[in-house]
Every structure is written in structure tokens, then in C-alpha cells.
Design a protein. Structure first.
Length: 322
């Protein structure tokens, strides 16, 4: 969930985006600010992003050891973990429907506390995780039976090419400084015909339309805001084919949603949720519900055959008339 890109910028400096990460356009217009970060839209492709992006230091402060949504009690943590694993099983089932593949080698980037990997391993996948937080990595290593976890960023792991049948990005791509560079690296490590599954907040979602600038996904660590169009373009430009976009289902409970909104408060919504969950019986608060949330689920694949570079030959046209 937390992945940053290595850059040459000083760690304290906010990083200006000079050209759009998706289309390379350079005309952006200002939309609004969250805290003191400007949200802009690319005039050419419509991609929304923070500009400038927060500094490495600012992101490190956000991604402290307590970043992953948890609970103060062991029972609470267990409930959160069960919800995340239920969402993982839902994502795996949808991915299986798309690819037809039952199991194989799975890579999850930004694996957090490892709930997705644990669920995937239980279903027979051979799992590998990449996670920026060393604390989270240690925890994941303890939870997996055979799976591996790399601490750091994807590029640092230097995986050999064409290793994985499935790559999973669950609430990750919005955190990446340069999404296209990142997607191209994923494309490289996937086997020909391999599947990429992306879950990310979507500007097209009902919650984004309803909450507008108060949308809970507008936050400092979310550097890029995709919609269906811009994510499809980004995937196509990174070499992915057969893109299918669906509304993002998640498994949630009232308790989990309330905890999220208490952590990232939104006027009216947070007090309302706190109020109604107080009135509910415990069983109802903890019940798993499959709902369309703020995101989209996007499936795509790497071509079976690696396209050969097109050889362009310039044929000199000359006149043989003497
Ligand atoms: Zn653009």
C-alpha cells in the first residue's frame, strides 16, 4: 500500500510534475486544494493529480508504523483482518473469472500486513509480496507458509523478467509517483499472457460524484486520481491489453467503515456513522457486506507474444531517368 519512487530530489522538497504521467501533456489546470496540496487536471487526457507531489519526508511521516488501518484491540484487529481477507477472496474469484487461471505465481505490490497474500496462499497460489514498510514485511513473513516478501520498492527488488502469472495492486497505484514507469516494470515481470489486477479509487464512482471535493479518497498520500478512461490509457501505454473495468466491490462492515471515517474524518459523514453504529447490535455492526465502494476493479493482460519492434526502412526514392 505504500510505495514510493526513488528520485534525485532532496527528501525535504516537494516534487513538481512537469509533464503528465499518462500523456506527457504539459497544460494542467488547478481544481482545488486538499490541506495545502493543489489538485490539478491534465488538459489533454483529464488525469487528476497532486502538483507538486509531497516530499519524501512528508510521505515518510504519513507512512509511519501505524499506517495500516488497524484497531487498538486484538479482537478489533482480527475483525479487520477477516474483512481484508474476505475482500481478497472476492478479488481472487473475479480475477479467476477473467483469466481462467486457478492458481500459479502471484506478485502483490504494496502488500501491507499481508492479508491478501495469506488468503491467496490458502487458495494454492505461490505468493510473493513487495512492501515498503520493514515493520509490515516482518509481520507478513511470520504469517506466510512458503511465500516471500521483499522490503522496499518494486524496482529495487530487481525481479527477473516473465516470472508471474498474476500481479495484484490493491489500493496501491494511487500512491505511486510515476504510475507508467511502475506499470511498465510490472509488465516486464509478468509472464506472457499474465494478468494484472488493479483496485484503485475512481473519480467515476458514486461516492466521488456525491462527495465532490470532500471525497474521502482525496488525501496527501494519494498522488494520482484515475477514472476509467485515464487508467485504461495508462495500461494501454504500458503494454497491457484486453482491459476490463468494473465497479469496485469490497467487503466491509459498519464497524470497519466507522473506524475508517474516524481516522479520516469527513464533516457530517463521520458523526452520522458514529451515531448510527452506536445504536446497532454488535452482530449487525460486524456483519460482512459486499458493497460498491469508492473504487474500480480493472483487469488486463500482457500479450501472449512479445511484439517485435517494428523495423522501419526508409527507401530512398530516386529517379533513374537519365
Ligand atoms: Zn495527460
Amino acid at each position: 500500500m505504500k510505495t514510493m519512487s526513488h528520485t534525485n530530489h532532496p527528501a525535504t522538497e516537494r516534487q513538481a510534475v512537469k509533464t503528465c504521467h499518462v500523456c506527457k501533456g504539459a497544460r494542467f489546470y488547478y481544481l482545488f486544494s486538499i490541506s495545502d496540496y493543489r489538485v490539478v487536471r491534465c488538459d489533454d487526457c483529464g488525469l487528476m493529480f497532486l502538483n507538486p507531489q509531497p516530499s519524501d519526508d512528508e510521505l515518510t511521516r504519513i507512512y509511519d508504523a501505524n499506517y495500516f488501518l488497524g484497531s487498538d484491540t486484538e479482537t478489533g484487529r482480527q475483525a479487520v483482518s477477516e474483512i481484508k481477507q474476505a475482500t481478497a477472496r472476492l478479488y481472487l474469484a473475479e480475477t479467476r473469472r477473467y483469466s481462467g487461471l486457478q492458481y500459479g505465481r502471484l506478485l502483490e505490490i504494496g502488500c501491507g500486513d499481508g492479508d491478501f497474500l495469506v488468503a491467496a496462499e490458502d487458495e494454492g497460489w505461490l505468493v510473493t509480496g513487495v512492501e515498503y514498510s520493514p515493520t509490515a514485511c516482518e509481520k507478513v513473513r511470520r504469517r506466510l507458509k512458503n511465500g516471500q516478501v521483499h522490503s522496499g520498492e518494486l524496482a529495487q527488488a530487481q525481479f527477473p523478467a516473465e516470472q508471474y502469472d498474476l500481479c495484484v495492486l490493491s489500493d496501491v497505484i494511487e500512491h505511486i509517483r510515476d504510475p507508467l514507469v511502475f506499470l511498465r516494470e510490472i509488465h516486464r515481470v509478468l509472464k506472457p499472457g499474465g494478468t494484472l489486477f488493479v483496485a484503485t479509487p475512481s473519480i467515476d464512482s458514486w461516492s466521488a460524484r456525491f462527495m465532490k471535493q470532500k471525497w474521502m479518497e482525496f488525501k496527501t498520500e494519494h498522488l494520482t486520481y484515475f477514472d476509467r478512461q485515464t487508467l485504461q490509457t495508462a495500461l494501454a501505454k504500458s503494454g497491457f491489453r484486453d482491459v476490463i473495468v468494473q465497479s469496485g466491490w469490497k467487503i466491509l462492515s459498519f464497524d470497519y467503515v466507522k473506524m475508517h471515517f474516524e481516522r479520516f474524518p469527513v464533516p457530517v459523514v463521520t458523526p452520522f456513522l458514529t451515531f448510527i453504529t452506536r445504536l446497532m447490535p454488535r452482530k449487525m455492526r460486524l456483519k460482512h457486506r459486499q458493497i460498491v465502494a469508492s473504487g474500480m476493479m480493472v483487469f488486463s493482460r500482457k500479450s501472449e507474444v512479445t511484439p517485435q519492434p517494428v523495423l522501419s526502412v526508409v527507401v530512398p526514392a530516386f529517379n533513374e531517368v537519365k
